[in-house]
Design a protein around this ligand. Structure first.
Ligand code: ADP
Length: 158
């Protein structure tokens, strides 16, 4: 069984994330989407809400499982028997940080990191930008699945 992990905060999941997850699901037997529990970072959606959204929008792929983790990603990989991490790269600005993380993770555990280039349609898209647009009443259609759009608008309306 060839298994891989796609980690992130997914607060909330965007079409940019889904593009990476979907393309990865065609290359591996199973994709584990791992939602980071970070108590220090203020999030819009709870971890369980994020998992619920991810589970709904990745169902059609058929080989995606959504889990949460805290602590080191490489420890999660070890527990789950996962030898590699897939990360989306949007721009050069992502590269510095991601390269360091990839090298550190390999040094700590031997877990490999593979980079997938973003679909240019979403290269400008991050969850934080998305929330900013939605907060000020901008239209996020086409940037997130409809289900996420509805929940986002509802949450930001208070
Ligand atoms: P963000 O809050 O920046 O959207 P996350 O921490 O949830 O990001 O991201 C998880 C992973 O998804 C990271 O590897 C990130 O590079 C990748 N990612 C996020 N947005 C995109 C996108 N638009 N295209 C490709 N990869 C993306």
């Amino acid at each position: 069984m060839r298994r891989v992990v796609c980690p992130g905060s997914f607060d909330p999941v965007t079409n940019g994330h889904l593009d990476i997850i979907g393309r990865t699901s065609r290359l591996y037997d199973e994709v584990v989407v791992a939602v980071l529990i970070n108590v220090e970072k203020k999030s819009l959606f709870t971890v369980d809400e994020r998992i619920e959204m991810l589970t709904a929008v990745t169902k059609e792929y058929g080989n995606v499982r959504v889990e949460k983790f805290h602590g080191l990603l490489v420890d999660f990989c070890k527990q789950q028997g996962i030898p590699a991490i897939v990360k989306g790269l949007r721009a050069i600005s992502d590269f510095d940080y991601e390269l360091q993380m990839a090298q550190l993770n390999y040094r700590m555990s031997g877990v490999e990191t593979l980079f997938m280039s973003t679909n240019p349609e979403y290269s400008f898209l991050s969850s934080s930008r998305l929330k900013e647009i939605a907060r000020y009443g901008g239209d996020v259609s086409g940037l997130v699945p409809d289900l996420v759009k509805e929940l986002l608008v509802e949450r930001l309306r208070g």
